[in-house]
Design a protein around this ligand. Structure first.
Ligand SMILES: Nc1ncnc2c1ncn2[C@@H]1O[C@H](COP(=O)(O)OP(=O)(O)OP(=O)(O)O)[C@@H](O)[C@H]1O
Length: 301
């Protein structure tokens, strides 16, 4: 069981209304230390609004929010120093060089260094972690789009945040940069950083998220690990295997047990084993479609 001190983020009955437009209808969720939480939802679902409220950049209409033990509406500088935000490119700093800018931004965090978390991140180590070593001496305006995005990530984590917000972090990344970034996210989470990210890339969500929240029509319509969500939808998994070159397929709600029995019966003769559940994309589309058609949400959460 996780204890209270492990809770980094707590949202209860969050509501947001723009004029007469209700965007969030009382959403609730939590996140724990070192957890990677992925917020999914169609365009206009309220993901950015939610993140901006948690970051303290937008006032909520109602509900309770606690981020690192503080209400974001009242968070001071010392609270803000514990957060990391990856914003879209720092184009205004085109004349700065990569290392210079990170040195300067990092220096703002040194007063907030603690025995547990040394701030800021060493500039050269950080530059290496985001794969910009070759470009450390370059002016920012000379960087490619993907390199700038890597710099955005470096800027977001230079203060060694305890909670990191990533809004569509890999838009514009090439496949290698994406893979490097995913490794960096795992490394940050291993170091106990809690990460809240939004993406429209379900493959990315599946790779990164410990837990997925699906926001639709102002409600959280699903909350669970990618596996738990796919089980809710699919119910059954498909087990495929061969024995002596002959192919077999079987659908079951208890794939692990079935596979165990299979090996008990056939031992090493079992080959080409695959267990397939509904992909996150199928799961996501089903849940959002259900929510949009006003189907009852009971049992989905
Ligand atoms: N400042 C604002 N004033 C009025 N309405 C707004 C404002 N910001 C957002 N909205 C509305 O709130 C709703 C949610 O917007 P939000 O940007 O949070 O969605 P999102 O899930 O991040 O979408 P996307 O996937 O397109 O980025 C939308 O209908 C949007 O038009």
């Amino acid at each position: 069981m996780r204890d209270q001190a492990d809770t980094v983020l707590r949202v209860e009955g969050l509501r947001m209304r723009y004029g007469s437009n209700d965007v969030l209808h009382g959403t609730s969720f939590t996140a724990h230390r070192g957890e990677v939480l992925c917020l999914l939802g169609p365009n206009g679902a309220g993901k950015t609004t939610t993140i901006e409220i948690l970051e303290g950049f937008r006032m909520r209409s109602a509900g309770e929010v606690s981020v690192l033990g503080t209400d974001p509406a009242r968070g001071g500088e010392d609270w803000r120093a514990r957060l990391g935000v990856v914003l879209q490119s720092w184009r205004d700093h085109g004349k700065w060089r990569v290392r210079e800018l990170l040195d300067l931004l990092g220096s703002f965090y040194s007063p907030y260094s603690t025995a547990r978390i040394r701030r800021p991140w060493d500039t050269d180590e950080l530059i290496e972690a985001v794969g910009l070593t070759e470009h450390a001496g370059k002016k920012i305006r000379m960087l490619s789009g993907g390199q700038r995005r890597r710099l955005d990530v470096a800027i977001g984590i230079v203060g060694r945040p305890e909670l990191l917000f990533l809004d569509e972090p890999t838009a514009g990344f090439d496949p290698q940069a994406r893979r490097d970034f995913h490794e960096l996210v795992h490394r940050l989470a291993d170091d106990d950083t809690t990460i809240l990210l939004t993406t429209h890339d379900l493959d990315e969500a599946e790779k990164l998220a410990d837990r997925i929240l699906i926001l639709s029509g102002g409600h959280i319509v699903a909350d669970g690990s990618p596996d738990q969500l796919s089980r809710q939808i699919a119910g059954e998994a498909e087990v495929r295997w061969t024995v002596d070159g002959q192919r077999f397929v079987h659908s079951t709600t208890e794939a692990t047990k079935y596979v165990y029995e299979l090996f008990k019966q056939h031992g090493e003769a079992v080959a080409d084993l695959e267990v397939r559940r509904a992909s996150l994309e199928e799961t996501y589309l089903t849940l959002v479609r259900r929510a949009e058609s006003g189907a009852t949400l009971a049992g989905v959460r």
